[in-house]
Design a protein around this ligand. Structure first.
Ligand code: ADP
Length: 502
């Protein structure tokens, strides 16, 4: 396979990033924050500052929202659905063409392996745009036959919800940003995007590509900055009609409170503590590596990570040994190092949090089977932690109940109980984002799938990636609403019913 990037691109990118801070993208132009503030961007593989980004705040959010409103009422609002689709397809092509640089930015900024950044991130983002571009021309209302006396022509219109504030997290910064703007643009909305403060760089590059694609000024605006300032200003803003948020359940809850001012629409894709259930008859050659990468992939910083492993007691030791062997053999390193399978955690905060959880598991009686420690030394100056498997864990322990967002698996066994008992254990969580199960008996598999309280169910490895056509979202405290698919686009529309008396 060709090298995923050329060293000269990396050198150019590094010196470019060192030379000047990344700007805000407002009304089609790159501008400094009104306050003149910038903040440091840290490479999680080294712990060193390697870039700066504009520290947007309320004043910048005000300008961005005003620009988005002008575009909605003006040039973008006048685009036909097929014109919108064409621009989206063009942006997808530009993203693909800039794939090398985007993947490098993403890998340096977040720490993820470069191949994941290239294929899951950049290509995934282009596919989000292409899928959603198809919807732009297919959003329709319906005709309805009312039962009032008399004769009527009645129908519904689906209109863009308006100016959307999109707030995204740091774990998959680029694809998340694009997955937020794509359905919004398909529906005819305009957007103010706020990337996470830990990972602002690929979103700023997205601004360049949006400008190059020829979107009218103000259609998409990008305000880098902190959650408590720029994010909160966006959520609070009376000129924003909808907030689409992906992030932690704690922040999601505070966003809900803050959005009550103008009762803006809110969709939330939040945390998870997703179960992986392996029955005695499962194909272990597939189930074991999948269970391992389901928690160690992207260093466990995945909202749908399979963090609670339930294994039938007859195969428990075999599965735990297999997953542990994979954990011990994983190539951990900087995302841009060829062959890296797991990168660092995103930040010191995240490292402290994950190590804190491992310590808490041990103090509550769990056994650290493999991993459990920070990785330090030559080439590991950043926030590296070993892939970790905890056994002897049980319901009620903090490590089993709370989202760790790191490469830490809690393994538990189940006996010959009925499906309801297994489902009850798997459902014993405040979260309900995803669940995986492995069995050759599809009757048991489907019975369990029906009983699990989760928005995404994966059977025998199905649905391991995100497909823009498949609805994604959570039961319980994992969120409100669904992204992707028809529902994902419709979440950016308002329905209006119109009745004509004939
Ligand atoms: P984490 O705690 O791991 O950083 P968050 O859920 O807090 O995850 O962050 C996800 C996104 O939400 C980021 O873009 C962050 O800046 C933003 N954010 C954090 N707090 C707020 C807030 N109070 N209002 C709006 N956005 C916020």
């Amino acid at each position: 396979m060709n090298a995923p990037f050329s060293p000269s691109t990396l050198d150019r990118l590094r010196s470019d990033l060192a030379a000047s801070p990344r700007m805000l993208f407002i009304d089609g132009k790159f501008v400094a924050a009104a306050s003149g503030e910038t903040f440091e961007v840290i490479d999680p593989a080294t712990g060193q500052v390697f870039a700066h980004a504009a520290g947007g705040d309320k004043a910048d959010v005000d300008l961005a929202v005003a620009a988005a409103r002008r575009a909605l009422d003006g040039a973008w609002g006048k685009h036909t659905p097929s014109q919108r689709a064409r621009l989206m397809l063009k942006l997808a092509d530009l993203i693909e063409a800039a794939g090398e640089e985007l993947a490098l930015l993403e890998s340096l900024d977040n720490g993820m392996p470069i191949m994941m950044a290239r294929f899951g991130g950049v290509m995934g983002a282009a596919e989000q745009l292409r899928y959603n571009a198809g919807w732009a021309t297919k959003i329709t209302g319906e005709t309805i036959d009312p039962s009032w006396p008399g004769e009527y022509h009645a129908f519904t219109l689906r209109e863009p919800v308006g100016v959307v504030g999109s707030i995204v997290p740091w774990n998959f910064p680029f694809v998340m940003a694009v997955a937020k703007i794509a359905p919004a643009l398909a529906a005819g909305c305009t957007v103010v995007l706020k990337p996470a403060e830990q990972t602002p760089l690929s979103a700023v590059k997205l601004g360049e590509l949006i400008a190059a694609a020829g979107f009218p000024d103000g259609t998409v605006n990008i305000v880098t900055g902190f959650g408590k300032t720029a994010g909160a200003a966006l959520v609070d803003h009376p000129g924003v009609d909808k907030i689409s948020f992906t992030g932690s359940t704690t922040t999601g809850r505070s966003i809900l409170h803050a959005a009550t001012g103008n009762l803006k629409r809110v969709t939330l894709e939040l945390g998870g503590k997703s179960p992986v259930v392996i029955f005695a008859d499962a194909d272990l050659e597939k189930a074991i590596p999948s269970a391992a990468m389901g928690i160690f992939g992207n260093a466990g910083q995945v909202c749908a990570a399979g963090s609670r492993l339930f294994v039938h007691e007859s195969i428990f030791d075999q599965v735990v040994e297999g997953v542990s062997r994979r954990a011990a053999s994983l190539k951990v390193g900087a995302g841009i190092t060829p062959g890296t399978e797991m990168g660092p955690l995103v930040s010191q905060v995240q490292l402290d949090r994950v190590l804190g959880y491992i310590a808490s598991g041990a103090s509550e009686g769990a056994t650290v089977g493999v991993g459990g420690a920070r990785i330090e030394g030559e080439g590991y100056g950043g926030y590296f932690v070993q892939p970790t498997v905890l056994t002897g864990t049980a319901a009620g322990m903090k490590v089993v109940e709370e989202e760790i967002f790191g490469p830490v698996l809690c393994a538990m066994k189940f006996g010959d109980g009925d499906i309801d008992t297994i489902a009850a254990s798997a459902n014993q969580s405040d979260y309900g984002l995803a669940a995986s199960l492995w069995t050759r008996d599809m009757s048991s598999g489907l019975k369990l799938a029906k009983r699990l309280k989760a928005g995404t169910i994966r059977i025998n490895g199905g649905g391991a990636g995100v497909d823009p056509a498949m609805p994604l979202g959570g039961f319980k405290q994992s969120g409100w609403g669904r992204e992707n698919g028809r529902m994902g686009v419709e979440a950016y529309t308002e329905v209006k019913s119109v009745t004509i008396a004939l």
